[in-house]
Design a protein around this ligand. Structure first.
Ligand SMILES: Cc1cc2nc3c(=O)[nH]c(=O)nc-3n(C[C@H](O)[C@H](O)[C@H](O)COP(=O)(O)O)c2cc1C
Length: 371
């Protein structure tokens, strides 16, 4: 019965998507979805309705990572709910953790529209949003108001303003970290968006060493003698292996908690859509394999000392399995959620758990070792 209703919801969304949603400007649809989710999340009855229709009931023990508990491996990637407008509804849709942001210290409009393109034939998106942000003060107000309405871990993604020179970027990251520290469970340094000029240069050794040193000092000060909250770095998929190894060395040196692999790619693998030459970062299915390769590389080169959150092209339970099997402890998705709709988490988790049962695996964390 449950299986039937999930299938029905998916078919409905698929039909609706083909007939209606795919004909409108993707960014307009995004804003409408955020408004609807924000409205639905405000009232206990609508939250309950969303939960009962879409929230999965995981059958395995929660994952322990970063000193927190995650009901299952699948969370929401950065960039969907940049301003924390719909956290209660996103929790009701079953995500086990949610990354808000990327937030910049000062408000900024981002790049001119159009800046988001749907490559339906390729199950992909291209975006050149350029960190549109209402700024850190508004995000703090939102997170304060949410209070105890959300109990999944909240990760906060930090970025820099476009107008901030690269050599002053550290100040942007530390300013947001200071203000938001009390309201996030973990923090992500986003140095891998392809849409803010020169941002990716922060991934190079000299810039990154200074950035990580300052942020980790700040984290320790903010912890006031307790354990610092986890800090993660989100990396680009377009780095070479030696560049990735440099980042891993620094992450180990500064005792960073983990790596999020990966952001969108500037590569254009074989694509079919007429939007394929739009400038910006490509996400979705064409990114899946590269992101998994990077996860495997990080896992093999860091001897389990860094936790990995795998992201890139996750649409199904098999895709979640692939990332966990490559070495990720948790997985995130963005594009898969856009294409699959509100039943995304429930369906992917049902597929993952069915595969685990077939393989005789009794814990999410055992997928990696195959036992
Ligand atoms: C429209 C859009 C906006 C995004 N904005 C951000 C962002 O603000 N911060 C960030 O770290 N990643 C951002 N991302 C990247 C995603 O978090 C994710 O790393 C990437 O899309 C690959 O995952 P996917 O294939 O599941 O989409 C964005 C992606 C899209 C499609």
């Amino acid at each position: 019965m449950l299986k039937f209703s999930v299938m029905w919801l998916l078919t409905m969304y698929d039909g609706l998507y083909r007939l209606f949603l795919s004909r409108f400007d993707p960014e307009t649809i995004h804003h409408v979805s955020i408004d609807l989710l924000s409205g639905a999340g405000q009232f206990p009855p609508s939250r309950k309705l969303l939960s009962s229709a879409f929230s999965p009931r995981p059958t395995y023990v929660p994952i322990q990572a970063f000193g927190m508990s995650f009901a299952h491996p699948l969370g929401l990637a950065g960039g969907f709910d940049k301003e924390a407008r719909c956290l209660p509804a996103l929790q009701s849709l079953g995500f086990s953790f949610i990354e808000v942001g990327t937030v910049t210290p000062q408000p900024q409009p981002g790049n001119p529209s159009p800046r988001l393109f749907r490559l339906t034939e390729d199950k992909a998106l291209i975006n050149r949003m350029g960190f549109p942000s209402t700024g850190m003060n508004i995000l703090v107000n939102r997170l304060q108001k949410i209070g105890n309405h959300v109990d999944v871990p909240i990760f906060v993604s930090l970025g820099k303003n476009k107008a901030t020179a690269l050599q002053d970027a550290v100040q942007d990251y530390t300013a947001s970290l200071n203000l938001l520290h009390a309201y996030g469970d973990a923090f992500v340094v986003n140095i891998s968006s392809p849409n803010t000029p020169d941002l990716r240069k922060l991934q190079t050794r000299d810039y990154l060493a200074e950035l990580l040193e300052r942020l980790m000092n700040e984290m320790r000060d903010l912890a006031r003698g307790g354990s610092p909250k986890p800090l993660l770095i989100k990396i680009a998929p377009d780095l070479t292996w030696p560049e990735i190894d440099d980042i891993l060395d620094l992450a180990l040196e500064f005792v960073i908690a983990g790596i999020i692999a990966t952001n969108t790619t500037l590569e254009r693998p074989h694509l079919h859509s007429s939007y394929q030459n739009e400038a910006g970062g490509l996400s979705g299915q064409p990114l899946r394999q590269r992101s998994t390769e990077i996860i495997r590389h990080i896992h093999q080169h860091t001897d389990n000392k860094l936790l990995i959150i795998g992201v890139g092209g996750v649409f199904t339970g098999d895709d979640v399995w692939e990332k966990l099997e490559a070495g990720a402890s948790l997985v995130q998705a963005y594009t898969g959620f856009i294409y699959k709709g509100p039943a995304f988490v429930k369906t992917a988790l049902a597929q993952l758990e069915s595969r685990m049962r077939d393989a005789g695996i009794t814990q999410y964390q055992s997928i990696l070792s195959g036992s």
